[in-house]
Ligand binder design. Structure first.
Ligand code: UD1
Ligand code: UDP
Length: 364
């Protein structure tokens, strides 16, 4: 039996892990249950609509462990996760530890495994924003460096690793495409949005979808105020729907920023999110995953960051980087109204990234 420990903790990781868990299930059907997957939830995200909803909707196997580490600072969270994950790994002695993306849970899982000489497989390896002020950039660089299997989603990610000398390291690097494309293709077909979201979309007619949660925006009063001012102005002529991350909700309350025109809703499950993305006219976001989903649904995207890891979207004109600059956001939105965009590139693989990860691990 080949034992995989999967570490998850934050919303996008549940979606990515759902893809690979399904691929493991398919492998086991054909190959007489060769793989045992044990899911460890660090507890980084803990509200029902930030965590449980994804396990239920996407039928992800229940975590065997929940470490209940969440709500603290980066140092506290990462330290507590490291200690608790190490104990799980000592008890379970897996063949590989699978980590996703760039969160504190990713780094803690990778570090705990590497120190015990357990191979780490990093899904979404090689992405870089080249902004070391981002917690995510620190997490992804350090995670890549201690990983044995680097599953890159794009050629750019492969190139980034080569630039950093990874061709000289004894690691396995491969571009398998993006698991988020697998997820979007598979779950959109199920079309299971809630009645509430369908009614909201019907009542709005046309709308933009926005999400804002990145620390670089929420931790700066100047940036969060500018973004919200821009969204409020846009909302005067086109409704903006904003599912509000709990972090953003707290910050808006702390700075007493009142939203009058934006339609704020609680964070939604993945099916509702896919429905909003497929029915909106455009997306404004600082999310990594949502930038790509905008592209998957052929919607233009204005990114509320100064840089992005998904540079190919900017290069081909699907994504416009507007930062947290009110004027830039407003002029990017004005340009969008100028005409329909033609989507013609395939940038994130063939929708079978999950199967390729499993095949690659079992081949080694
Ligand atoms: C984390 C990731 C970020 C990712 C995002 C996905 C890091 C450094 N950041 O950011 O890369 O894009 O997840 O959504 O790992 N909170 C709740 N309930 C929850 C979760 C969070 O109230 O279920 C609040 C808490 O006040 C918490 C704050 O949000 O302290 C921030 O949560 P945290 O997990 O530290 O960072 P995210 O902003 O969610
Ligand atoms: N998402 C969701 N509900 C929401 C907001 C986001 O299901 O209310 C999904 C979104 O469709 C994407 C993933 O969560 O698949 C991205 O997560 P997030 O924006 O939190 O993180 P990031 O990708 O920036 O790390």
């Amino acid at each position: 039996m080949y034992k995989i420990i999967t570490i998850v903790g934050a919303r996008p990781q549940f979606i990515k892990a759902a893809v690979v868990s399904r691929a493991i299930g398919e492998w086991n059907k054909v190959h007489q249950m060769q793989i045992e997957e044990i899911i460890v939830h660090t507890g980084q995200h803990y509200d029902v609509n930030m965590s449980d909803v994804f396990f239920e909707e996407m039928s992800i196997p229940r975590p065997a462990y929940n470490l209940h580490v969440g709500g603290g600072t980066h140092g506290v969270n990462t330290g507590r996760m490291l200690e608790k994950i190490e104990q799980v790994l000592l008890d379970e002695n897996p063949n590989v530890v699978l980590v996703y993306g760039d969160t504190d849970s990713t780094l803690a899982g990778a570090l705990a495994a590497a120190k015990l000489h357990i191979p780490v497989a990093h899904v979404e390896a090689g992405l870089r924003s080249f902004n070391m002020n981002m917690p995510e950039e620190i997490n992804r660089i350090l995670t890549d460096r201690v990983s044995s299997y680097l599953f890159c989603p794009t050629d750019t990610a492969m190139d980034n690793l080569s630039q950093e000398g990874y061709d000289n390291f004894a690691v396995n690097m491969v571009n398998i495409g993006d698991v988020m494309l697998d997820a979007s293709l598979f779950y959109r077909r199920q079309n299971k949005a809630s009645d509430g979201i369908r009614q909201l979309v019907d009542s709005l007619g046309s709308f933009y979808l926005a999400t804002v949660h990145r620390a670089e925006n929420t931790d700066s009063e100047v940036r969060i105020s500018a973004i919200m001012r821009a969204l409020e102005k846009i909302s005067l002529y086109k409704k903006v729907v904003l599912p509000l991350h709990p972090r953003t909700k707290k910050i808006l309350a702390a700075h007493n920023i009142q939203l009058k025109n934006i339609v704020t809703i609680e964070p939604v499950g993945y099916f509702d999110m896919l429905y909003l993305e497929s029915h909106c006219d455009a997306v404004l976001t600082d999310s990594g995953g949502v930038q790509k989903e905008a592209f998957f649904f052929q919607k233009p995207c204005i990114t509320l960051r100064d840089e992005t890891e998904w540079v190919e979207l900017v290069k081909h004109g699907y994504n416009c980087l507007a930062g947290a600059d009110e004027e830039k956001i407003l002029s990017a939105e004005a340009r969008l109204r100028g005409g329909a965009m033609e989507f013609k590139h395939e940038l994130y693989g063939d929708g079978h990234a999950g199967n390729k990860i499993v095949e690659f691990l079992m081949d080694k």
